[in-house]
Design a protein around this ligand. Structure first.
Ligand SMILES: *Cc1c(COP(=O)(O)O)cnc(C)c1O
Length: 375
């Protein structure tokens, strides 16, 4: 059986986790958390990043920092994971879903402005499959209307837009290190903070509403409960797991890219015949090989293809059921304008197995099975 996903591990995870135990520091913000954060600050050239317990909690921190009031509106794509929306629903916001572009599956930047009302406060973007949305256009719209932009770059660790790493051009950037993502710590994530003006407040939300981070930096001589907050900092054991992967960043990145490029080359003849559609990468975007998907003709053909692959021992999966058609999406939001592509394109999309360390033999089996289906 070829799994759809295998959590990444480079071999040094247990060594570093053992070190964390020997450090006698397994709670949050220990040496490995600091190493991971410093690595990201340097790599992305940002003043601050915070490891969090998940991509979801990074989004929750971003939503808290947006300082929303009940009834405020948040614009977002419907084709995304529920956490993109949930973080804002928790703040009492109303969701306004905007259609996606069929080529990248990202929010259609041309359809955003029409969805803005006098209640709109935030635009949440998703970089689907690690391919950046049209960030510059979205930032210009946000600036014109005085809105914040939160970037759900959960899938985009290592991806770039016009040569700049994702998350750093918006107000808040959110990454995930879930086991299905390129780099993992089991459950985990990171909040990227391009503007230090938010640092104190971010640290308060992350540390149970206390100013403990300031205390540890020696800026105050005792810490206290100053606001509401939660516990968004992960154990240093998980950070130790992540550290083993950041150390091997290039190895993991290149291995995934090799699989992606192999699939892309091998499947081209099917695309040339019009039997499938392949991912589109805009020129401005440097992707991270997070996902390889193809599009079948329709829902029925996709279901048959999944079944065919399964019969050949290959697990391929689809996602997402558009949020505006889910019970919570109906309760907390509305779709602005026409759903031209969100539902239709989501029903055609199929993700092929892609993980760090997949063998060439398995890559070839995947391709052979896709070809035998279309024969
Ligand atoms: C994975 C993912 C999340 C959630 O990340 P977790 O770490 O699982 O909480 C949010 N948004 C998108 C687009 C994702 O792919």
């Amino acid at each position: 059986m070829i799994d759809f996903n295998v959590p990444p591990s480079t071999g040094k995870e247990t060594y570093y986790m053992k070190q964390a135990i020997e450090n006698r520091k397994i709670c949050g913000d220990g040496p490995f958390t600091k190493k991971c954060q410093a690595w990201m600050n340097e790599k992305f050239d940002v003043p601050a990043t915070y490891l969090t317990t998940s991509g979801t909690s990074a989004l929750e921190m971003a939503a808290l920092l947006c300082d929303l009031k009940p009834g405020d509106e948040v614009i977002l794509p419907s084709y995304t994971f529920c956490s993109t929306a949930d973080a804002f629903v928790q703040r009492g916001a109303t969701l306004v879903f905007v259609d996606i572009r069929p080529d990248t599956m990202n929010i259609d930047e041309k359809k955003i402005e029409a969805a803005i009302t006098d209640k709109t406060r935030v635009i949440v973007t998703v970089d689907y499959a690690g391919v950046a949305c049209e960030i510059d256009t979205i930032l210009a719209i946000a600036k014109k209307h005085g809105l914040k932009v939160v970037e759900d770059a959960a899938q985009g660790f290592g991806s770039t837009y016009k040569g700049r790493f994702l998350g750093k051009d918006c107000d808040f950037g959110c990454y995930s290190f879930h086991e299905t993502k390129n780099f993992s710590m089991g459950e985990g994530g990171a909040l990227v903070l391009p503007d230090l003006a938010y640092r104190d407040q971010a640290e308060i939300y992350r540390e149970k509403g206390t100013d403990r981070s300031k205390f540890f930096r020696g800026q105050i001589d005792k810490y206290t409960w100053v606001d509401y907050g939660s516990s968004y900092l992960p154990s240093d054991l998980n950070a130790a797991y992540l550290w083993a992967q950041l150390e091997e960043y290039d190895t993991i990145y290149n291995d995934r890219m090799e699989t992606w490029n192999f699939y892309n080359e091998a499947l081209r003849p099917l695309a040339d015949k019009g039997l499938i559609e392949q991912p589109y990468i805009p020129e401005e975007c440097g992707h991270n090989a997070h996902m390889y998907y193809i599009k079948a003709a329709d829902l029925e053909q996709r279901s048959a293809l999944i079944k065919h692959l399964k019969n050949n021992g290959i697990l391929a999966v689809f996602h997402y059921i558009p949020l505006h058609s889910a019970p919570a999406g109906i309760k907390f939001g509305r779709f602005h304008g026409e759903d031209e592509y969100t539902t239709k394109e989501s029903e055609r999309l199929l993700r092929l197995p892609l993980y760090y360390g997949i063998t060439q033999e398995d890559r070839e089996k995947v391709i052979a099975s896709v070809f035998s289906f279309f024969k």
